[in-house]
Ligand binder design. Structure first.
Ligand code: SF4
Ligand code: MG
Length: 318
């Protein structure tokens, strides 16, 4: 089990296995996420990349930015491919065919590849109990095909498939789907570790990767990653937005250990939540919102904070 990291200074000695040479947008949150996850995991790691920005924008013919083994999977079957790789290693080690240590097997799936199109394979992987860490890098849309709506897209966000107009002035109508309770409170008995994470809190993220990899079975990390292209904000504000999401309660940082959903632990608890409007105003995808829509989002965030058990003063919502 790799030791937990206490400070950024401690990370300078860690090897980078997600290296320069990819074609993601400037300020890409998922690319930074990949670098941090890879750094925390280290050399003995295999990545599985279901289709998404972190496949499409990272690879061109015979070229990819990984200094460790990586394979593509279809957007539907990241969980199945990872399960197969995990079982092959388990059996080869058990039968003495290889002397290697069991590797870190990480499936880096986008919101589509994990909680929407890829949900069944990921759920099956968790259910069967393969020793794989699934990191869902969540840029809140199908971004590699041009920013289409996904279940992670927040209510009120413009995407190519949810433009604001006279019929639906708020753009996206539905609130987002939350994969944490689906996986952690939804009948996956071997899934004991689950956490939400943010690229705005890199030490917390890297330690969650190490904790996930230290499990005997599967682990899940839901990692919010601001996407300058899809969310319409300047490329130098990625980290600022990631932090603001947590400060406003648009994103919450917690972890579930020993499979005990009821005992979740909050890793970052703001003294009080800032109004969601501060976050919404930073992004072009929300620029059409009227006060009643902002208020609906504030209500959603306040209710989610209460449901999760966050004890924090909340901004007023009508
Ligand atoms: Fe990254 Fe978003 Fe660009 Fe995709 S569209 S490469 S997630 S910034
Ligand atoms: Mg996505």
């Amino acid at each position: 089990v790799a030791e937990l990291i206490k400070s950024i200074a401690q990370t300078t000695d860690l090897v980078d296995t997600y290296v320069p040479g990819h074609r993601t947008c400037a300020g890409c949150g998922p690319a930074l996420a990949y670098r941090l996850v890879a750094k925390a995991a280290g050399r003995n790691t295999i990545f599985i990349g279901p289709t998404g920005c972190m496949y499409v924008a990272n690879t061109s013919y015979a070229c990819g930015p990984w200094a460790v083994p990586w394979t593509h999977a279809q957007i539907t079957n990241g969980g199945a491919v990872a399960s197969g790789i995990a079982e092959a290693f388990r059996m080869m080690i058990k039968k003495g065919k290889i002397q290697d240590e069991y590797p870190n097997i990480i499936v880096m799936a986008g919101d589509g590849g994990c909680s929407d199109i890829g949900l069944q394979a990921m759920s099956a992987m968790f259910y069967r109990g393969h020793k794989v860490l699934c990191v869902m890098y969540d840029n809140e849309s199908y971004a590699n095909t041009g920013i289409q709506v996904s279940p992670s897209t927040p209510y009120g966000a413009t995407t190519m498939f949810t433009p604001a107009g006279p019929a639906i002035p708020e753009a996206k109508k539905h609130q987002m789907k939350d994969p944490m309770p689906i996986f952690l409170a939804g009948g996956h008995p071997y899934l004991k570790y689950g956490a939400t994470a943010s690229i705005g809190y890199p030490i917390d993220l890297m330690n969650k990767v190490r904790k996930g990899l230290a499990q005997d079975g599967p682990a899940f990390i839901h990692l919010q990653c601001p996407c300058p292209k899809g969310w319409s904000f300047p490329a130098d504000r990625t980290i600022e937005l990631a932090k603001l999401a947590v400060e406003t309660g648009m994103w919450n940082l917690y972890e579930v250990e020993n499979g005990d959903w009821a005992q979740k632990k909050f890793n970052v608890m703001p003294k009080k939540l800032k109004p969601v409007d501060e976050y919404l105003q930073t992004q072009g995808r929300f620029s059409h919102l009227q006060p009643e829509h902002v208020n609906k989002i504030q209500n959603f965030v306040n209710n989610r904070a209460k449901t999760l058990g966050m004890e924090v003063p909340l901004p007023p919502a009508k």
